[in-house]
Design a binder for this molecule. Structure first.
Ligand code: HEC
Ligand code: HEC
Ligand code: HEC
Ligand code: HEC
Ligand code: HEC
Ligand code: HEC
Ligand code: HEC
Ligand code: HEC
Ligand code: HEC
Ligand code: HEC
Length: 343
């Protein structure tokens, strides 16, 4: 009895494993398939259409002129010219599925519509081609996806043709089809950065309006210089590396170690331990009004010199001279020559 049960269980287990492997492999091979060779959106594929059901984008033009006009300026409209996309569904039908029945039977239900689809469902359609690219294959783990923000909350499926270039009293730079006739909005964004992001993240606008700030509102850098909207492994959708440091040292190269003498919080906790990365009321975008307040939050030892033999007693904080820590500890981000960061 026991052995029969065991055999049965083993066989069942085996099947489960095979099934699991097959499923995982199937899904993965779809996900990592190169962007350019992935044939069609999953919905289009599911309708088990044959080639004759596809009529090409030109056939849609007459009745959906607006969509066609926008679309024809996007990179999506150029797929048909690429060798890899020969004989595959391109154009409108790569997202909407085959269009013959819709046109011949004049039936609006005989075409894939996204009207009643959720942001997640729409995103799946896009990801059927886009998940292969490193920048996007983490989208499903992003805070955006989890909060029901989909691709078309930021991107216009057909390329934007009109949208505001100014918000409030600040003139933001915008590269768009109206400023540059004949070109599509960059990356098919609905609205240029940073307006796009600020439309949902109003708090960030206040932060970047603080006296000391990164010049995002002025157009000198973008939110996406530091964030990947498509998610990733970092906290707060930051680009690259632990503690969001790599993103900072991309521009602030002099802060990039390794140094012979590292200041531990920088390597371990990152720049945001001491700086407000968007903006601050304090000089150098520091988290505290006075530099020493910042230092003393960690270096309580210097207030008790007898407990910390390495700290000279003149660190007493009743004298102005010793309050300005970075007058002496100049290389606060790390030094190659002095363990107490003097030079
Ligand atoms: C002869 C005119 C005609 C042609 C050609 C045509 N359509 Fe339509 N289409 C319509 C009409 C009418 C509707 C229903 C009214 C509406 O929603 O605009 C519609 C609806 C749609 C919808 C649904 C809109 C929604 O979400 O409710 C989509 C998507 C669509 N068409 C895509 C296409 C595509 C892709 C093509 C080319 C393969 C195409 N159409 C060709 C007339 C046409
Ligand atoms: C990259 C995928 C994609 C392509 C390519 C595409 N569409 Fe769409 N289409 C969508 C999505 C997604 C929506 C839903 C509306 C939205 O979220 O912007 C939509 C909506 C529509 C609608 C409903 C009205 C509207 O604008 O919301 C029509 C009609 C339509 N598309 C026609 C077309 C035609 C015609 C083409 C080709 C010229 C085309 N689409 C190409 C994804 C696509
Ligand atoms: C049929 C496959 C396919 C589908 C479905 C698809 N895309 Fe694309 N998309 C591509 C390819 C291929 C490119 C060009 C890639 C390149 O040049 O790197 C592209 C380019 C883009 C670009 C870059 C445009 C630029 O100007 O650089 C954006 C943004 C984009 N797609 C968004 C979307 C969104 C949003 C959806 C869903 C509504 C979607 N795509 C659906 C294949 C697809
Ligand atoms: C929160 C807003 C947001 C969402 C959601 C979003 N994107 Fe983007 N996307 C951007 C911005 C901003 C850029 C331009 C800056 C950059 O490359 O990061 C961009 C760039 C792109 C590009 C061009 C990348 C390149 O290297 O040229 C593609 C392709 C793209 N997005 C596809 C998608 C797809 C597919 C989805 C959904 C799975 C999506 N995006 C969701 C904001 C968004
Ligand atoms: C100089 C790099 C940089 C720029 C530019 C930047 N961010 Fe950030 N942002 C960060 C870092 C780093 C964090 C994580 C901060 C932390 O941990 O204290 C963050 C955090 C955030 C958060 C999470 C805030 C929270 O309290 O959880 C949001 C939302 C955000 N940024 C949106 C934006 C928007 C919108 C823009 C453009 C208007 C933008 N960021 C521009 C670096 C940047
Ligand atoms: C349609 C609304 C919308 C747009 C547009 C949008 N976001 Fe978000 N974003 C959200 C929501 C909702 C969340 C999750 C809740 C929160 O943290 O506020 C979020 C979260 C974030 C976070 C925090 C992630 C975390 O781990 O806490 C960052 C960073 C961020 N967005 C950056 C951006 C950037 C950069 C842009 C522009 C390219 C942008 N967002 C555009 C709605 C939006
Ligand atoms: C795209 C380039 C870029 C990135 C990425 C970047 N910065 Fe900056 N940062 C600048 C520029 C340019 C300035 C100075 C000019 C100004 O006032 O905007 C600046 C100024 C600063 C200042 C103030 C300097 C002063 O003298 O007042 C601090 C602090 C700072 N950045 C920290 C950071 C941190 C922390 C990060 C990562 C979260 C970061 N930066 C990411 C470009 C960048
Ligand atoms: C332990 C706290 C601390 C950490 C962590 C920290 N900083 Fe600073 N940073 C400071 C202090 C304090 C100043 C002001 C120095 C002064 O008063 O001269 C400063 C000044 C700056 C300045 C402007 C002056 C200069 O030296 O160029 C930049 C830029 C800067 N930091 C970038 C960064 C970056 C990038 C990181 C992460 C790699 C980082 N900081 C991490 C404390 C810190
Ligand atoms: C987030 C906590 C934190 C902050 C803020 C901080 N430090 Fe440090 N600092 C440390 C740690 C941890 C070490 C390593 C201590 C060790 O190795 O025993 C260190 C090391 C040092 C050293 C090297 C001497 C030693 O004990 O190795 C000096 C000097 C120093 N810090 C000065 C400062 C100054 C000046 C400031 C303010 C600008 C500051 N620190 C801000 C945590 C901090
Ligand atoms: C007048 C110059 C000066 C000022 C201002 C100053 N220090 Fe120092 N600090 C020193 C000297 C000198 C040493 C001993 C360095 C050594 O041992 O090589 C030292 C040592 C330290 C050490 C321990 C280093 C070790 O090797 O153990 C810490 C931590 C430290 N200082 C933090 C601070 C903080 C925080 C402030 C601001 C409140 C500050 N210092 C202000 C000159 C100064």
């Amino acid at each position: 009895m026991i052995t029969r049960k065991l055999v049965k269980a083993t066989l069942l287990g085996l099947w489960a494993v095979i099934l699991a492997v097959w499923l995982v492999y199937g899904i993965q091979s779809r996900a990592v398939g190169t962007l350019v060779s992935e044939p069609e959106a999953p919905e289009a594929a599911e309708t088990s259409a044959n080639q004759d059901d596809y009529v090409g984008s030109e056939s849609c033009k007459a009745c959906h002129e607006d969509q066609f006009k926008g679309f024809s300026k996007t990179k999506h409209s150029q797929l048909a010219q690429l060798e890899d996309w020969k004989d595959k569904a391109t154009g409108c039908e790569s997202c909407h599925g085959p269009g013959r029945a819709h046109i011949e039977e004049a039936d609006p239900t005989k075409i894939i519509s996204f009207k009643d689809k959720s942001p997640k469902q729409i995103s799946e359609n896009c990801l059927s081609c886009h998940a292969g690219k490193e920048d996007h294959n983490q989208f499903r783990r992003s805070e955006h996806y989890r909060n029901n923000i989909g691709c078309t909350d930021c991107h216009s499926a057909h390329g934007a043709t009109n949208h505001p270039t100014q918000v409030g009293s600040i003139t933001y730079p915008a590269i768009d089809s109206e400023d540059n006739p004949g070109t599509a909005m960059t990356k098919m964004l609905k609205v240029s950065e940073p307006q796009l992001c600020l439309s949902c993240h109003q708090q960030a606008k206040a932060q970047f309006s603080q006296p000391f700030h990164h010049k995002v509102l002025e157009g000198q850098m973008n939110c996406s210089d530091c964030h990947n909207s498509h998610g990733g492994f970092e906290v707060k959708n930051a680009r690259l590396s632990v503690g969001a440091d790599a993103v900072c040292v991309k521009c602030h190269t002099d802060k990039q170690g390794p140094f012979v003498y590292e200041h531990l919080p920088i390597t371990v906790e990152g720049c945001a331990t001491c700086h407000n990365t968007h903006g601050s009321t304090n000089p150098k975008m520091l988290k505290r009004n006075q530099v020493r307040q910042l230092c003393l939050e960690c270096h309580t030892e210097i207030l008790q010199p007898d407990l910390a033999p390495g700290v000279p007693s003149f660190h007493r904080q009743d004298e102005a001279r010793t309050q300005n820590c970075t007058v002496c500890h100049v290389r606060i981000h790390g030094s190659n020559t002095h363990p107490a960061f003097f030079r």
